[in-house]
Design a protein around this ligand. Structure first.
Ligand code: GLN
Length: 537
């Protein structure tokens, strides 16, 4: 088995996750079985309890693990199906070490970062290697070289490399070459220093991936090769991609990134077959049509809060030969300014998941606007709960209907806590999480789009549709088109007769892939196109 480790230098946000995922694409298309994973040095056990302002989206896996959004890149860029083993945090490492200490498992030793914490990190590496049976395991180390929290991980990898043999390990260092305008040149010193830091720990990177906004000329490559002790051809420019993140594997392949990594590891594998990837990128970059979709959310100003949703819209757009132009609408602003003003001209409205009260009334207003004007509506998780609240208030006549998440003493708790959630006090990992089956009702829009009668989708929520209102809703025309197999939980609601009003309690965005767009997203974009042409927009 071969191991590739991605470290980051100089600054964060260099696209390390994207680079790791892109290498995954390239190696998989060379016929290798690839697994990707991330080590996050922070002390949270998982990102599930972090605010989107701190962390961006929480990406949910099949087994219910709440993980870093880079795992979303990994699953979208390769065919690997990840589990909770694939996102290790310092919080998990220390939790395990301390639990073992309390049980007396260290037999009287003083428990220390080296060897006990580093051993635990290596144990996890081995557990993944043993359970996932890959040819190559690509591991991204979160944070930047020089971070205090990252040191135990780097030390563990240094030891690991010696244990499995240098010939089986490659270190890729993703770094930044800042451009100094006054001097008119790219600077190599920050990279030299961050590589020096790695070498101090005993890690010599074999490949430098150099983020830069300008072409990296020969003299810069020579200098980096010399000062950082890497072959010149392993100093690889990683320029900003022009139009789409999905171009990254193609650009890196042109720079021979995958060849060089294979050379470092002694892997003799054929060239990658990138034809279907190229076709997908061409559809993303040069589509024939365009459609405008409003995403009404609370964290709209953050680039990463709704990452998987934006990606799923891109996949669905490509499948419809369409560019999806996302109009980001702040829910609170919508409440203040009115739906007409902020949503006029959009051809579809999507309400993503979310927590807490802020912006709720704006989202309800957006759902009403979509329902009344026949504009395609797609609700995800909270977006379904919003659709139910709106329908209760405006169609069923249940004045003051709400979710107990927002109004504890609402007269009509149409969304409420599940019995099993009522006594839970700990916040971490305690929601209804992971993949659950949904049975689709015959003749429904959902069944037509999925083309099957049961589906498995990923969940992350505490609150649920209140079944005691079921009949009332059905009489008033809201269709519960998807339920849990026992029929007890509403998973999908839709409005028959509306061109597209589909809202789901799960997160379909986590299972959309470039060449496997999610059927509901695909149907939603198609409906938006139909709306656009019907209204001559
Ligand atoms: N806040 C809602 C709940 O907990 C919705 C969660 C979500 O959108 N992910 O049920």
């Amino acid at each position: 088995m071969k191991y590739i480790f991605f470290t980051g230098g100089v600054v964060s946000s260099l696209g390390k996750g994207l680079a790791a995922a892109s290498l995954g694409t390239l190696l998989e298309r060379r016929g290798l079985k690839v697994v990707l994973q991330k080590f996050d040095p922070y002390l949270n056990v998982d990102p599930g309890t972090m605010s989107p302002y701190q962390h961006g989206e929480v990406y949910v896996l099949d087994d219910g693990a709440e993980t870093d959004l880079d795992l979303g890149h990994y699953e979208r860029f390769t065919s690997c199906n990840l589990s909770r083993l694939n996102n290790l945090t310092s919080g998990q490492v220390y939790e395990t070490v301390i639990r073992r200490e309390r049980k007396g498992e260290y037999l009287g030793s003083t428990v220390q970062v080296i060897p006990h914490v580093t051993d635990e990190i290596k144990n996890r590496m081995r557990a993944v290697a043993e359970s996932m049976g890959a040819d190559v395991i690509i591991t991204e180390i979160g944070g930047t070289t020089g971070d205090i929290e990252g040191l135990p991980f780097l030390e563990a990898l240094r030891q690991f490399k010696d244990e499995v043999g240098q010939e089986n390990v490659a270190f890729v260092h993703v770094t930044l070459l800042p451009f100094i305008k006054a001097a008119g040149e790219l600077k190599t010193k920050p990279t030299q220093q961050s590589v020096a830091k790695l070498r101090e720990i005993g890690i010599q990177p074999q490949v430098l991936l150099c983020r830069s906004e300008h072409p990296v000329e020969d003299d810069v490559r020579n200098k980096l090769a010399m000062f950082c002790n890497v072959p010149k051809d392993a100093v690889i420019p990683f320029l900003d991609v022009a139009d789409s993140i999905y171009e990254a594997p193609l650009r890196l392949h042109e720079e021979k990134f995958d060849d060089i990594v294979c050379r470092c590891l002694g892997l003799k594998v054929p060239d990658p077959d990138l034809s279907s990837w190229r076709q997908f990128v061409a559809r993303v970059v040069h589509p024939a049509q365009k459609v405008k979709i409003a995403v009404v959310g609370k964290y709209i100003e953050l680039q990463d809060a709704y990452k998987s949703i934006y990606e799923a819209l891109t996949h669905a757009g490509a499948a419809n030969d369409t560019r999806v132009v996302v109009q980001k609408v702040d829910a609170q602003e919508l409440d203040e300014e009115g739906a007409e003003k902020l949503l006029a001209g959009c051809q579809g409205i999507l309400i993503p998941g979310g927590f807490g009260e802020r912006g709720i009334e704006g989202k309800v207003g957006a759902a009403r606007y979509a329902r009344e004007n026949g504009i395609p509506y797609f609700g995800l998780c909270l977006g379904m709960q919003i659709a139910v609240i709106e329908y209760a208030r405006d169609v069923c006549g249940l004045t003051g209907a709400d979710s107990t998440e927002f109004t504890k003493d609402t007269p009509h708790p149409v969304i409420c806590l599940l019995e099993e959630q009522q006594h839970i006090e700990e916040k971490g990992g305690s929601m209804r999480l992971g993949t659950w089956r949904t049975v689709l009702q015959e003749g429904s829009k959902a069944r037509e789009l999925y083309g099957t009668d049961t589906v498995s989708e990923r969940h992350r929520h505490r609150y649920e549709f209140n079944q005691s209102y079921r009949e009332l809703f059905e009489k008033a025309g809201l269709r519960l088109s998807g339920t849990s197999p026992d029929g007890d939980l509403a998973e999908i609601v839709e409005i028959p007769g509306h061109p597209f009003f589909v809202a789901v309690q799960f997160h379909p965005e986590f299972q959309s892939k470039p060449n496997g767009p999610h059927p509901l997203f695909k149907g939603f974009v198609q409906a938006a196109l139909d709306y656009k042409s019907a209204h001559n927009l």
